[in-house]
Design a protein around this ligand. Structure first.
Ligand SMILES: Nc1ncnc2c1ncn2[C@@H]1O[C@H](COP(=O)(O)OP(=O)(O)OP(=O)(O)O)[C@@H](O)[C@H]1O
Ligand SMILES: [Mg+2]
Length: 260
């Protein structure tokens, strides 16, 4: 099962990604969490200890490896390179594992010019498209905020796009834009997840304005900030969020075609 989590800046994408990753891991599934934000924060949300953070190297910085696997110099435009570099050993080599969640950071993938399929993005896309996932594996991608990256069709291989929204018109407007782009790249399975729900009015607003199925919602909970300051995960420190994430996970699985 491959999920991408997207939405307007600051709506809680990373918070939801971390909660879902821990939820699926606790259910015994093999979880690969991918931070595709060029300024990564998922490791912190998952409370990865410092020594593991040091082990992590963004795969986009693997210049030599990219050159070796794709046959092109990184960043070189217009050069020929193999479109299907061998990638199946990458998650093991460049990721770190903590609390049952394997984490990979993509780093910044600079396309180096419009319309250029540079070797780095060929590599990244191959990694997630052709990687043989185990049957019980769950890929959770924490996406870069906003919409531009979707234009590069970096996520057209996912099974579902979860768009995080706060109960505000602004975050719903961004969600609508994301949905349009997703449709353009042929990604039909999109849904909303509400975040920072404070009261029944927030929920009613969201349900009234929603233009996609709402898979669930997370409450506003100051324990998220508390967890961050203490270097712990919201999963460990915020039972209300943990329970809410469990319900979102159930709904995600429910909405999947059989076999996921
Ligand atoms: N349910 C919640 N209750 C309280 N605070 C929350 C909640 N969800 C997120 N936050 C807080 O909101 C801020 C943004 O959350 P988060 O980093 O998850 O958003 P994001 O969408 O990943 O942001 P970015 O676009 O910068 O990647 C964080 O400080 C986080 O602690
Ligand atoms: Mg984030």
């Amino acid at each position: 099962m491959k999920l991408a989590i997207t939405g307007k800046g600051g709506v809680g994408k990373t918070t939801l990604a971390a909660l879902l990753a821990r939820t699926f891991a606790a259910r015994g599934r093999a979880v690969l969490a991918v931070d595709s934000d060029p300024s990564p924060s998922l490791a912190r949300a998952l409370a990865f200890p410092d020594e593991l953070l040091e082990e992590l190297r963004p795969i986009s910085e693997m210049d030599e490896l990219i050159a070796e696997r794709t046959g092109a110099q990184p960043g070189a435009m217009g050069s020929f390179f193999t479109l299907n570099p061998r990638v199946d050993d990458l998650p093991e080599r460049f990721s770190a594992l903590h609390d049952g969640v394997r984490l990979l950071e993509m780093g910044s993938v600079d396309s180096g010019g419009s319309g250029c399929i540079c070797p780095e993005s060929a590599m990244l896309k191959t990694l997630f498209t052709h990687l043989l996932f185990r049957d019980d594996e769950v890929l959770i991608m924490d996406m870069y905020a906003g919409v531009e990256h979707l234009g590069r069709a970096t996520v057209d291989f996912v099974d579902a796009l979860l768009i995080v929204v706060e109960p505000t018109r602004r975050s719903l407007a961004t969600a609508a834009q994301i949905r349009r782009l997703a449709t353009d790249i042929g990604l039909e399975r999109c849904s909303l997840v509400g975040n920072r729900i404070r009261d029944p009015e927030d929920l009613a607003f969201l349900e009234r304005e929603a233009f996609l199925p709402v898979l669930g919602h997370l409450p506003e909970d100051p324990a998220v900030v508390e967890a961050d300051r203490r270097g712990e995960s919201a999963y460990a420190l915020a039972p209300r969020l943990r329970e809410a994430a469990g319900r979102v996970a159930d709904a995600v699985v429910e909405a999947m075609p059989a076999g996921n």
